[in-house]
Write a protein that binds this ligand. Structure first.
Ligand SMILES: [Fe+2]
Length: 141
């Protein structure tokens, strides 16, 4: 059986687009981080390599998630609170992974990779797309 991480690297596809550069560019950035992590864990990572990944993730969370929230709030997205709750939970998990890493817990990278893959599939390619398309429907009414 192939290893569970054999499915990388992920490649951005036009069908992922929500037709908003602000959001698409950040989603592309997220895929870069995911691929960086994949590449790092394939080659005996140093602690510095992993620290860099956490730095990118915290930056992603502070910039992208907040910008997206501002956009959804200003657009009066009806499920804004639930969406923000998912972002908060994502940030909470990243902080927990970072803490585990600092404390020397084994397998943090593998678990983090699985968690980020899940976020790509269930949030970026699902929740975010649903949010943006529901706004477009509202605006066309
Ligand atoms: Fe989101």
């Amino acid at each position: 059986m192939a290893g569970k991480r054999s499915c990388g690297p992920f490649v951005w596809k036009e069908e992922y687009s929500v037709n908003l550069d602000l959001i698409d560019n950040h989603h592309k950035k997220f895929i870069d981080i995911l691929n960086n992590l994949h590449s790092v864990i394939s080659h005996k990572p140093s602690r510095e390599d992993i620290s860099d990944i956490f730095f990118s993730l915290v930056y992603y969370a502070e910039n992208h998630l907040v910008n997206e929230e501002i956009y959804l709030k200003e657009s009066e997205y009806s499920s804004f609170n639930q969406h923000k709750e998912k972002h908060n939970s994502f940030v909470g998990r990243i902080i927990k992974f970072q803490k585990d890493f600092k404390e020397g817990k084994q397998d943090v990278c593998e678990d983090l990779y699985d968690f980020l893959k899940d976020w790509l599939k269930n949030h970026i390619l699902k929740d975010d797309r649903e949010a943006i398309s529901s706004l477009k429907e509202d605006h066309n009414k």
